[in-house]
Design a protein around this ligand. Structure first.
Ligand code: LLP
Length: 484
């Protein structure tokens, strides 16, 4: 090393760093997991990564870091990649899964669609593609959330799935509604006749002035996520009680597109603007009664919501009228087989502690996905089969026009051949739709039983952000929806 340093010293300034550790991830197609490493690498916001290298054969990915950080990184990576893939055929179940007692309410929802397979197959015969929502699964999730002792009010985030029947089930289960546009407000008000307007929270982002006017006329709770409305349209808000969405600075979630806090995102009033916000509110006689933050979507760590609650409750000194702290939504659901579910009782217990420290403050939670994702499946008939190179394609009657999540986020949805559910899954295929884009893929490298034209594939966990984000692209109507 000394001689190397001397040699290099003739060409540049060479310095020896260390002690270092090198941590390598090994596996086929390792690049495909890079987007999942975000949480593990958060540690390195303050610590250095000296070197990152990726083998050209895409088999290994290596970090060189300070030796004393090595163990922590390995642990984080294990938590993220290995625990999360518990029933993976290579890794097998985790120690916790084998030996830890199962906590009530913490496990994944049993697969309702297996029990209701005959009904689904009948429906799939009449429609070449269809979204089916299971009312009982929604009710189960609603009841689970309502059992949380620490949460004073649960609001359903309508954007996840605005189906009228779902809104009615959720609302009759005792849950309020969170809306982000005039369209959602009007839809909720027309679907839920007689709904108390205090049950609705409006949380728009960069919406035009007339949407705030409409919301205020309706008497729903209005959230400001920027100081612009107070600075420019203060007369609208004079003598009103409002909520303010705060950017707590830390975004989390399953993909960059859904992380909604931090400087690179457009949401919320940043902490450094809060003094100005307080001044503007005082000048226009606006009472800030609620503080709100939503850091992202698809999160499994209870700390996300307790940290948010800590930050928001910590701001009460500056905003003494605050009586509600809304910690947002974002509750993740397991997507890959064996992935551990969010531990809702643990989240409840952690939030209860915050509440104990801050008597007189209500805690609100606004999940979307958690309530509807697992209740929905997309059924699609197989149209054509193809083999090209070493890839086999199974084509189905709908694609990214019905479900854009795989194309947009690389999201994983379990896919089974419902017609042949008990046959061994022995063929590796890509499942694609009929849309003219290479991104029109619903799943890659999936094992299915040998599949034929006319079989029905089931794409699971599509109740949230499925139909809600669909389009008529290629003038192909998205799959119709049915609530059973
Ligand atoms: N509250 C606010 C202010 C939100 O912006 C959102 C979601 C929620 C609550 C509900 O989040 P959830 O509990 O559903 O995670 N299209 C993406 C998700 C986008 C979420 C946008 N905001 C996806 O398919 O994963």
């Amino acid at each position: 090393v000394e001689r190397l340093l001397a040699d290099l010293g003739r060409l540049c300034r060479a310095r020896l760093i260390g002690p270092c550790a090198s941590v390598s991830l090994l596996g086929r197609n390792i690049r495909a997991i890079l987007h999942r490493l975000g949480d593990a690498l958060e540690l390195f916001e303050e610590q250095k990564i000296y070197l990152v290298s990726q083998a050209a054969n895409d088999l290994n990915f290596t970090f060189v870091i300070d030796e004393k950080q090595g163990e922590r990184l390995v642990q984080q990576l294990h938590d993220l990649l290995i625990r999360a893939a518990a029933n993976d055929p290579v890794m097998g179940p985790t120690w916790e899964q084998l030996y830890a007692p199962v906590q009530a309410g913490a496990g994944p929802v049993p697969r309702w669609w297996r029990a209701k397979r005959d009904v689904l197959l009948r429906m799939a015969r009449e429609h070449e593609a269809a979204y089916i929502y299971d009312g009982e699964t929604i009710e189960r999730r609603v009841a689970e959330l309502r059992r949380m002792q620490s949460v004073d009010r649960v609001l359903y985030s309508v954007k996840a799935n605005p189906h009228a029947g779902i809104l009615q089930r959720v609302f009759s289960g005792g849950i309020g509604l969170e809306c982000v546009s005039r369209g959602e407000l009007e839809h909720v008000i027309s679907c839920l006749r007689g709904i108390g307007r205090e049950q609705i929270l409006f949380t728009p982002n960069f919406a035009p002035r007339h949407e705030y006017e409409f919301a205020l006329q309706q008497g729903v709770w209005v959230t400001l996520d920027n100081i612009h409305p107070l600075r420019e349209w203060s007369e609208l808000f004079k003598d009103r009680e409002v909520f303010v969405r705060v950017d707590t600075g830390h975004g989390r979630g399953h993909h960059d597109h859904v992380r909604t806090a931090g400087v690179r995102t457009k949401f919320g009033v940043p902490l450094f603007e809060l003094d100005e916000l307080a001044r503007l509110a005082q000048a226009s006689k606006v009472k800030i009664v609620g503080l709100h933050a939503h850091t992202g979507s698809g999160i499994f760590n209870a700390r996300n919501w307790t940290e948010t609650a800590d930050i928001l409750t910590g701001l009460r000194q500056r905003f003494p009228d605050v009586r509600v702290v809304d910690v947002g939504g974002g509750l993740g659901i397991p997507e890959r087989p064996g992935q551990l579910a969010l531990d809702l009782p643990a989240l409840d217990a952690a939030l209860a502690q915050v509440r104990q420290q801050h008597p007189g403050v209500e805690i609100w939670l606004e999940p979307g996905r958690y309530i509807v994702a697992e209740a929905g499946v997309l059924l699609a008939q197989v149209t054509q089969l193809k083999g090209k190179g070493d890839v086999r394609y199974v084509g189905v009657a709908t694609g990214m026009n019905s479900l854009i999540r795989p194309a947009l986020y690389g999201a994983h949805h379990e896919i089974v051949n419902l017609t042949r559910i008990d046959e061994p899954a022995s063929v590796m295929v890509d499942i694609v739709g009929p849309i003219c884009e290479s991104a029109d893929q619903l799943g890659n490298d999936r094992l299915l039983p040998p599949t034929r034209e006319g079989d029905v594939l089931l794409i699971a966990n599509t109740g949230a952000y499925g139909h809600a984000m669909s389009s008529n692209y290629n003038l192909r109507a998205p799959a119709p929806e049915f609530l059973i």
